[in-house]
Design a protein around this ligand. Structure first.
Ligand code: AKB
Length: 316
């Protein structure tokens, strides 16, 4: 068994996944890679390397030099920012995936984690209890890249036996890193705004409900699916993953219970149209049945974690 490589280790999932893997397997078993300068991760407990996922040669070198057997490919451009960088988003999200899938096909890597998203769904996918298998008609560059990526993951598994595992993450709430250009970012920004300004102007309309998960649950889901017995996995593309769903008005009302003076206004922009094309509540029964997924954090618990986290240690 070789080491684990986390690509995109300075991002929202990467920072906390790297920490968790270091705890679970030992810091010397984890290599963290990101395109960002090493200065951004000067407190990293694990060895850090600079890597552009599109640089196939350097990627291969790192995998060989560090004896990597497992890759977590988290480098991606999220939904909102991808709309402004169409070609780069496609290249990063898809060519980056191919670089890793091909190394696994050539037996240089044994196992891959690659995140998909609720963005694979589109306006005609069912909005409520969105099934695992249903019509996918994503309308964003990000969603199109994730839908295609899922198809390629399954293809590489069926044709070449590549062990690639994937989750369709909902919006992830966390406080250790700044939001990274997604549509669900409003649900993070609102906490910083409530704590620092007592006011938030939401770019998502008040009634638009989206599926969300707390980072600790999302990380646990990731490590659990990677540890699961492959024979129990009936989905070879990407698993629906759900925890809770809420809209801006509902989360604002919960925040008001802690900060009674908090005020919210609504100025929906292009991100609201993206949110409107996504499901409100998704059905993740395959994940629950196949590998025992169970979320722990409900909305009240998430709110306490976010508020305390931002006040005590998070960025402001
Ligand atoms: C985004 O909003 O783009 C992401 C996602 C749901 O994949 N958080």
């Amino acid at each position: 068994m070789g080491k684990k490589l986390v690509i995109g280790s300075s991002g929202q999932i990467g920072v906390e996944l790297t920490e968790q893997l270091a705890k679970d397997f030992g810091a010397n078993q984890i290599i963290a890679a990101d395109i960002k300068s090493v200065l951004n991760v000067k407190n990293s407990v694990v060895e850090y390397v600079t890597l552009d996922i599109l640089d196939k040669e350097k990627l291969f070198k790192i995998i060989k030099e560090h004896n990597i057997s497992e890759v977590y490919l988290l480098a991606a451009m999220l939904s909102a920012i991808a709309e402004k960088n169409i070609q780069l988003a496609w290249d990063l999200n898809i060519k980056g995936l191919f670089n890793i899938l091909d190394l696994a096909k050539e037996k240089h890597i044994e196992k891959i984690f690659w995140p998909s998203s609720i963005a694979v769904f589109g306006p005609t996918s069912p909005k409520l209890n969105t099934p695992q298998s249903t019509l996918l008609d994503p309308t964003t560059v990000y969603g199109i890249s994730k839908m295609s990526g899922e198809r390629w993951c399954e293809y590489y598994f069926l044709k070449f036996g590549v062990d690639v595992r994937s989750l369709r993450y909902p919006g992830i709430l966390s406080y250790k890193t700044p939001p990274g250009g997604g549509t669900t970012d409003y649900a993070i920004e609102i906490f910083h705004a409530a704590i620092n300004h007592g006011f938030y102007d939401s770019f998502i309309a008040k009634e638009v409900k989206l599926p969300m998960v707390y980072i600790e649950d999302a990380i646990r889901a990731t490590t659990e699916i990677m540890q699961a017995d492959r024979n129990n996995l009936s989905i070879n593309s990407s698993y629906n993953l759900a925890a809770i769903s809420f809209n801006p008005e509902e989360i604002a009302n919960e925040i008001k219970l802690i900060f009674p003076e908090f005020k919210i206004s609504y100025s929906p922009d292009f991100r609201n149209n993206i949110a409107l094309s996504w499901p409100s509540i998704i059905d993740d029964s395959f994940a629950r049945k196949d590998w025992g997924w169970k979320h722990d954090f409900d909305l009240k618990k998430i709110i306490l974690e976010m508020v305390n986290g931002i006040k005590n240690s998070g960025f402001n």
